[in-house]
Design a protein around this ligand. Sequence first.
Ligand SMILES: NC(=O)c1ccc[n+]([C@@H]2O[C@H](COP(=O)([O-])OP(=O)(O)OC[C@H]3O[C@@H](n4cnc5c(N)ncnc54)[C@H](O)[C@@H]3O)[C@@H](O)[C@H]2O)c1
Length: 358
Amino acid sequence: VSDATRVTVGGAAPYDVVVGRGVLHEVGGLLGDAMQVALVHPVRLAAAAATLRASIEAGGRRVLAIEVPDGEAAKSTEILADAWSRLAAARVGRTDAVVGLGGGATTDLAGFLAATWLRGIRVVHVPTTVLGMVDAAVGGKTAIDLPEGKNLVGAFHPPAGVLCDLDLLAGLPAAEIASGLAEVVKAGFIADPEILRLVEADPTGAADAAGELMAELVRRAVQVKADVVAGDLRDAGPREVLNYGHTLGHAIEQVEGYRWRHGDAISVGMVFAAALSRTAGRLDDETADRHRRVLELIGLPTRYRGDRWDALLSAMAVDKKVRGSMLRFVVLDALARPAVLAGPEPALLEAAYAEVSA
Ligand SMILES: NC(=O)c1ccc[n+]([C@@H]2O[C@H](COP(=O)([O-])OP(=O)(O)OC[C@H]3O[C@@H](n4cnc5c(N)ncnc54)[C@H](O)[C@@H]3O)[C@@H](O)[C@H]2O)c1
């Protein structure tokens, strides 16, 4: 399809993120010398997997289908070990490839499988959620969970390419679309305010997987992530701005035992970060207020329980994003001007929390 656009993610091994409709046939061009391809996908996406499989086989390659449980349940040591055994039995070699088809959980598993097999083979991601397209499949982070915590075991292993086929979003529940849009809105606040204008002008269109606006929003959010990670694969510096809304957001996810969607938690976290920015005297009222407005337009939560502050504070204290002994928050000095606030006074945090507590 001619209207597909590409965003190149720079770095040591640059790759393209293709955004469009009907782009699955491009998979062949991303598989290099692979003769065998392990296609990792959840059972639920069997129909999309069949289409993708046909595209891969059309290039004369053999496909080893690895069906995994739905969502987060795939990111376990047991599922990973099973997948390793399947690769071993099929003698998947150094020049072969893994393709991950699914949401962020599936591409995280597929990426880590590829990162660990023979010390790293090629992986191509085909994300099927908005969150996967704009966040999880781009940037090279891969991980699985342990009973002790989420994403504790992982590797940096950038893909050879990412195919964002918006047609794959057709069956995605509205709540999952909204959750992914939280990361899109984040990209708007930290780097690309045009995203905010587009969502505000047509919130219904923004959440419509079949609409034209979706392609534009996904492309812009991918561009923001690409610009940031190109210069910082390993999370050492500039990449931290992608954590806007995530310090409190991760704490909410943890306190809720991961029953909240990621984007829902990040939505509250962004409203909090904006309140913190304003309370610290860094951000203007208008930009701070805009957070709640735009997030509510797409149906995302912007408040959280007032009686949970102590639990959130201890969750933040143990969060792996804490560096040294200080809590770190990405804040805004203005629209699209993120900065880091380290070790804010407890009173400042509590004042900001008062603004998001229900
Ligand atoms: N690697 C990274 O940089 C990074 C960044 C952000 C998030 N993540 C990870 O991504 C995961 C969250 O991603 P997610 O929200 O995509 O979750 P997910 O993969 O769990 O998918 C959400 C749900 O939607 C279903 N689904 C997926 N595609 C569908 C489709 N097209 N139609 C119908 N249902 C579909 C899934 O089966 C699942 O039940 C977490 O594991 C998180 O840790 C990773």
